[in-house]
Design a protein. Structure first.
Length: 133
């Protein structure tokens, strides 16, 4: 796990992945907060799980920035950052699809599907951009 991984994509491409990925997890978290304020049910509780995983990824990425880490990271940091965001988004996709089908809050779960898809796809592209050094 001490292997070093280097980001192999350009800064421009990284930004084009980072911005939609950030929009995705933000949409997910906003929808969760609104959902929990409206009512606490099975879907809103289950929806917290991907949100927590996404927040773990965000906290890791913020910590990397604070520590001024560059494009070279240990494998565990890549996994905790972009890996967690990718997994959180991927887990959110079936949860939001089930919410669309099984609840009367279809609009909110459609937004959550959008957020989860953006997060999973674009964080996944950043994750894939890291190659073993």
């Amino acid at each position: 796990m001490n292997d070093k991984y280097e980001m192999q994509i350009s800064d421009a491409r990284w930004w084009s992945y980072d911005i939609p990925g950030n929009i995705g997890w933000i949409i997910w978290i906003v929808c969760i907060v609104k959902s929990l304020k409206k009512r606490v049910d099975t879907f809103s509780i289950i929806s917290v799980i991907p949100g927590i995983i996404m927040i773990v990824g965000v906290i890791e990425l913020i910590c990397e920035r604070i520590q001024k880490l560059g494009r070279i990271l240990p494998k565990k940091r890549v996994i905790r950052g972009f890996g967690a965001l990718t997994i959180g988004g991927a887990l959110g996709i079936p949860i939001s699809l089930a919410g669309i089908v099984k609840t009367d809050d279809k609009k909110r779960y459609a937004w959550m599907l959008t957020g989860a898809t953006l997060c999973a796809a674009f964080a996944g592209l950043c994750y894939k951009g890291y190659k073993k050094k």
